[in-house]
Design a protein around this ligand. Structure first.
Ligand SMILES: *Cc1c(COP(=O)(O)O)cnc(C)c1O
Length: 397
């Protein structure tokens, strides 16, 4: 059984804060502070350029890919780190489309994160071969997969509502129609049990700054199934995905296996923070995390519904159909969230009217959920959101 009192003290959480936004940016693991400081001092500071060989920097994207792979059910040699999630979406989608050259449809759902859809639009434009991004309601995806579909591109957990797709079922439906899948695990990695190999996923991507707590702008990961990796031709053919980067050949030849999905120089400082953030997972069973997340989510919903009758649950009510977040619609969601943050309960707002609360059992407990709901009830009942200082919209919500 995972000891969550042990994991909670591995994070720096500011005094008086209940943090319900770890699905946007996870908090600082204490070990990351030390690990990054040591890297700056002993590696970058002392080794300079020699760090690439002597400190093993060049191997970090694959070494950390292996660590992430163990959290998402990916076999060895199928995950590599680098770039941001949007870039990895582009890379995975381009690779998948090239494996289905005779088909023209990218199927996704209305709830998908805009950046994923923007990247798909941009790719379609630059391919110039008449591809179409087709969007349907999340619950209609499986039935909408026909033989025109090249790729089903979905985010497993809807960023706004927390609605959870059935990865195994949708992947099977895609394969039955001869289509491939690209799964975005942004809100799944570190939150839910994932078994990419068992689900038969073709490609998967995800970020590490949400439930994996690796820090703002931490690098993304990409998974390519062993069935495809040797057939994938990288669209972003950067030198570090080359078979021999330091041969400086004029011609691009893709590197072995998953290495070909690397693009350019890896972010070594950010990868050090990720390494430390992943240490938190030693001794943690993801099934325990899920069970506890369900418990905390149910508790929070019950408490909010008791204290705030004006708020409407926007997430699926059945815990098995939700990721690790709970959302409510409220007409005054933006100022109410500002008032809540002002009182030390940090969630976030998603347009147009959603108050979103991420549930991360590594550092949240039942008392936090009860207290957060109580503070929220006070704001709603006392109409504290009406104060002028909570009305101003900021750039980042
Ligand atoms: C958070 C998130 C992103 C963010 O992409 P970046 O390139 O890392 O900024 C993309 N897609 C989904 C589904 C997300 O949840």
């Amino acid at each position: 059984m995972t000891d969550f009192t042990r994991t909670k003290v591995l994070f720096h959480l500011p005094e008086g804060v209940i943090y319900l936004d770890g699905n946007s940016l996870g908090p600082l693991p204490l070990a990351a502070r030390e690990r990054v400081a040591r890297l700056l001092r002993e590696e970058w500071g002392e080794m300079l350029i020699r760090g690439w060989n002597d400190a093993g920097w060049m191997g970090e994207p694959c070494r950390l890919g292996e660590r992430i792979g163990r959290l998402v059910g990916a076999p060895a040699g199928t995950v590599v780190m680098g770039d941001t999630l949007s870039i990895k979406v582009y890379q995975a989608l381009a690779a998948a489309l090239e494996l289905r050259p005779e088909r023209r449809v990218i199927l996704s759902d209305h709830g998908n994160f805009p950046s994923d859809l923007y990247m798909a639009d941009g790719l379609v434009r630059s391919l110039g071969r008449g591809h179409e991004v087709r969007l349907v309601a999340p619950e209609e995806v499986a039935d909408a997969i026909d033989r025109s579909v090249a790729v089903v591109m979905l985010t497993e957990v809807d960023y706004r509502t927390g609605r959870l797709h059935d990865m195994g079922r949708v992947t099977e439906a895609a394969h039955d129609a001869g289509a491939l899948t690209v799964w975005d695990l942004a809100h799944s990695a570190g939150a839910l049990p994932i078994d990419l190999a068992a689900a038969g996923a073709d490609f998967a991507v995800g970020c590490t700054y949400k439930f994996l707590n690796a820090g703002p702008g931490a690098p993304a990961f990409i998974y390519v199934s062993p069935r495809h990796i040797d057939h994938v031709r990288p669209v972003l053919s950067g030198w570090l995905g080359h078979e021999a980067p330091f041969a400086f050949d004029r011609d691009y030849r893709s590197g072995p296996g998953i290495e070909r999905m690397r693009v350019g120089t890896p972010p070594i400082i950010a990868l050090a923070a990720l390494d430390a953030a992943l240490d938190v997972w030693d001794g943690v069973a993801i099934d325990d995390v899920r069970a506890r997340s369900v418990e905390l989510g149910e508790l929070f919903i019950a408490e909010v519904e008791k204290g705030c009758p004006d708020l409407a649950l926007a997430s699926p009510r059945a815990a098995g159909e939700r990721g690790s977040q709970v959302c409510f619609r409220f007409e005054h969601a933006w100022p109410a969230m500002q008032a809540l943050i002002d009182r030390g309960v940090i969630g976030d707002f998603r347009a147009p009217d959603v108050m979103r609360f991420g549930i991360a059992p590594l550092y949240l407990d039942a008392a936090d959920m009860v207290r957060a709901a109580e503070v929220l009830a006070g704001i709603v009942a006392g109409r504290q959101w009406e104060q002028p200082r909570y009305q101003e919209r900021r750039a980042v919500t």
